[in-house]
Write a protein that binds this ligand. Sequence first.
Ligand SMILES: [Mn+2]
Length: 224
Amino acid sequence: MATYVVGDLHGQLPLFENLLTKINFSFQDDRLIAAGDVIDRGAHVGELLERLYDGSRDGWFLPVAGNHEEAFLRLRDGESLPFYQDPEFGGARTLESLSRLGHTRSRRLESWLRTWPFVWSDSRHIVVHGGLPAVPGSNLGDPDLCATRISPSGNFHECVDLRPPNVLPSWDGRLVVSGHTIVRKAKHLCDGVIMVDTGAYRTGRLSAYCLENETFHSVVGIPC
Ligand SMILES: [Mn+2]
């Protein structure tokens, strides 16, 4: 059994399929965790979500929410988020893609997105999109603060918004694996923190980290 954490997918279904092939992913025995930002920017958001929705029902896929999922759900709740459909943020791609799926399927996916947690963890690892909010007065993070701590900007939960140098190791020594900030190569940021987002939507490089083997994997292709 292997558990992989994949960086920000942003609708990159072909790259995702290539990655599964490259790591010889077993849908029976392995698990894959997405470190948030599965939606927006890419051309295949709806199809990718459907693939992952099936994967979660079959038990091999586990999601963690990113700032893009948080923004999408707030928009759906009627908030005015002018930045959401900016080309840079890429939300129009998600709205178009979901509308192509039709009302029933897109509502089912939206309901599922509402269940995504901010953190996945086990006894040795913590997966979060941005980083762990800092324990007051220290330079260590605490996953228990993820559900409540809001960014100073007021826009997002802090855990989906943090970037280096504010991506901190956990106070309890568990390894933190995060996305959100694009790195050229998936790597250790420092002791206790791994970054896996290699910016697939624009670089064509999609990366993952295997928790059990402590190995990095990536594929390179054409982003869509
Ligand atoms: Mn992000």
